[in-house]
Design a protein around this ligand. Structure first.
Ligand code: PLP
Length: 279
């Protein structure tokens, strides 16, 4: 298959899949999701993604219909059905299928959706443009829910401005981006927002923090401001599909570019980790 769509046991090409209108994803975005990359039949950092999915589901009281090992096995078996060797693997759990009514249905039966499609690895030498957008999201940004409308609006605003990502801020404090985390380097120190309820605890962010002691970089999980970001030596975003991508402009103003050596060490670490763990 070129792509794969899965819904509660049924599979087909994604464009041929049909899901029930009463799936609570349609009415309320009532679900949680994960997205990972896979190469050579191996889903990168799968354990981390599965653990985060279970955490998100538990915070929303969504029952996970299968165990961690079973879910991993299912995803890997579905991956085998797709021709391409490098793939984007996405899965979500939704709070069952029921007539539209806000409160949880009685004994909801969780639905499992999976999509798998070919992925082209990014060129990390390419720098990107960012814009800033006020963070108007709710106060549970640590839950990876399907409720992404402010993220969608911010992402569209970035696209219209010719930028790749939108950087959310609450007053002066930078939180994260519409679908990635953001970090700065200043005087050889890496600074990233703490993993509180204002950001999603990105798995790539965790890998960056893990690499710091290995590379001899001091890391601080401490919120930074727009001014800190605009005057940083490097500004970069992180995410499953973007790995670690540096910005050269924010709101049209040049930023970063003053510590390319350290930036490249982090980028190389992440790519090496991916390549080694997906052989
Ligand atoms: N922040 C948000 C809002 C996201 O949607 C994502 C990824 O989808 C991330 C951060 C980065 O997380 P990860 O590194 O696990 O892909």
């Amino acid at each position: 298959m070129k792509t794969l769509g899965y819904y509660n046991g049924d599979t087909a090409e994604i464009c041929d899949m049909r899901v029930p209108m009463n799936d609570r994803a349609c009415w309320f975005g009532d679900g949680v999701y994960e997205a990972a990359l896979a190469a050579n039949g191996v889903i990168f950092a799968l354990e981390d993604h599965i653990n985060r999915l279970f955490r998100s589901a538990s915070m929303l009281e969504i029952d996970v219909p299968l165990g961690k090992a079973e879910l991993k096995e299912l995803l890997v078996s579905l991956l085998k059905k797709v021709e391409s060797s490098v793939n984007f693997v996405y899965w979500q759990l939704t709070r069952g299928t029921a007539d539209r009514s806000h409160a949880f249905p009685e004994n909801p039966k969780t639905n499992l959706w999976v999509t798998i499609k070919p992925f082209t690895m990014p060129d990390l030498r390419q720098k990107i443009k960012l814009i800033t957008v006020e963070d108007t999201r709710f106060l549970h940004c640590n839950i990876k829910t399907l409720n992404l409308l402010p993220n969608v609006m911010a992402s569209e605003k970035a696209k219209k401005a010719g930028a790749k990502e939108a950087v959310f801020h609450r007053a002066e404090r930078v939180t994260e981006c519409s679908h990635s985390n953001i970090h700065i380097l200043k005087n050889s120190v890496l600074r990233t927002a703490p993993a509180d309820n204002f950001i999603l605890a990105g798995i790539t962010r965790a890998h960056i923090l893990q690499c710091c002691p290995v590379l001899g970089i001091k890391a601080e999980e401490k919120a930074f401001t727009i001014t800190d970001m605009m005057t940083a030596d490097e500004v970069f975003i992180s995410g499953t599909t973007s790995f670690c991508t540096a910005a050269d402009h924010i709101n049209g103003i040049p930023v970063g570019g003053r510590d390319p050596g350290l930036l490249k060490k982090i980028q190389d670490f992440l790519l090496d980790k991916f390549n080694k763990e997906t052989i």
